[in-house]
Design a protein around this ligand. Structure first.
Ligand code: SER
Length: 319
């Protein structure tokens, strides 16, 4: 039987950094090819400098390594995306079209495509937002994800390409720095706490958003990709949830271990983006179809975030 050979685009990002490690454990380091616009000097293994908006470059890598699955993680996120809408649309859509086309033409078996809570916008139930909600987003990032979900469904129905997708909530992890998203305050707050700095929050204290710890995000991704095809009833993208909280909630939990930690609230343009997104998500379809169950809540996630970032900053001080 032919080995699986995995290509990850956008491997240097928040999800890619961690997913690459897990995929190497699962498929063997020799079968995982990480790619991004810039090389990470610390990366060990196969790495290709790749602009996924360049079809020929993508095709070269796919053919050279005899790729069988692509995890397409390239995207400009919500907040950064609003700074240059046309370029955001271009990068997010063109890279995905290239992945879909190279897959169709060159025998790729499976594609993973990350969608987002950013697909939701006007006229949705903000609490426990259902799978089949109206999708009228207010950001170009959200618009690109709605379009991407439909293209995924189209390639599945029309060409039988096995594209699978998750609508990630805000992902919180310690392995990379915040990357231009609206939910990224919830990563930054831990860095500031551990560095004993005051956190200036760009959202209001009571802005609830759906979130997920990185370990759960990776678990969901691998479980979705491993599920038998007949279990996948959603070919656009699955609602996915881990927890839901507001800045004041995470602040209070951090303060239990760091009583001197302080926060100020200075909402900016990202408040409007956050206001347009759900407070919490109904992911019962994922639970039903492939037994999704998260392991982390705000309390046990906070414990891990603080432990890991303390280790990171302490070792940096020593080095
Ligand atoms: N975390 C993303 C963002 O804030 C949402 O998918 O842009």
């Amino acid at each position: 039987m032919k080995h699986e050979r995995i290509l990850i685009t956008g491997a240097g990002g928040q999800l890619g950094t961690v997913l690459t490690v897990e995929l190497k454990k699962k498929y063997g380091a020799e079968n995982v090819i990480a790619s991004d616009l810039r090389v990470n000097p610390d990366f060990i293994g196969h790495f290709e400098v790749l602009d996924a908006t360049d079809f020929d470059a993508l095709k070269r890598v796919v053919l050279e390594y005899e790729i069988t699955q692509i995890f397409h993680l390239v995207a400009i996120l919500s907040a950064n995306g609003e700074k240059d809408p046309m370029n955001t649309w271009d990068v997010n859509m063109k890279s995905f079209f290239n992945v879909l086309e190279v897959s169709r033409l060159h025998g790729i078996k499976k594609v993973f495509y990350p969608s987002s809570i950013a697909v939701f916008g006007e006229d949705v139930d903000m609490d426990n937002t259902p799978q089949d909600s109206n999708l009228v987003p207010l950001t170009v990032y959200g618009m690109s994800k709605v379009a991407g979900e439909n293209w995924a469904n189209y390639y599945h129905k029309k060409y039988d390409l096995d594209v699978r997708s998750l609508r990630y909530p805000g992902v919180i992890g310690y392995q990379s720095m915040p990357g231009g998203g609206t939910t990224d305050y919830a990563v930054d707050i831990f860095h500031k706490a551990v560095k004993h700095e005051t956190f200036d929050c760009f959202l209001e204290a009571s802005t609830h958003l759906p979130m997920i710890f990185i370990d759960d995000a990776i678990k969901a991704t691998l479980e979705l990709m491993d599920a038998p095809a007949e279990k996948i009833s959603v070919r656009t993208s699955y609602n996915l949830s881990g927890m839901s909280f507001a800045p004041k909630d995470v602040f209070e939990v951090i303060k239990k271990t760091m009583p001197n930690f302080e926060i100020t609230y200075k909402p900016d343009f990202r408040q409007d983006i956050a206001n347009s997104w759900p407070n919490s998500i109904d992911d019962s379809q994922a639970k039903k179809d492939w037994n999704w169950q998260p392991n982390y809540n705000l309390e046990n996630m906070t414990k891990v975030m603080i432990e890991k970032l303390e280790l990171y900053y302490n070792s940096k001080l020593i080095a």
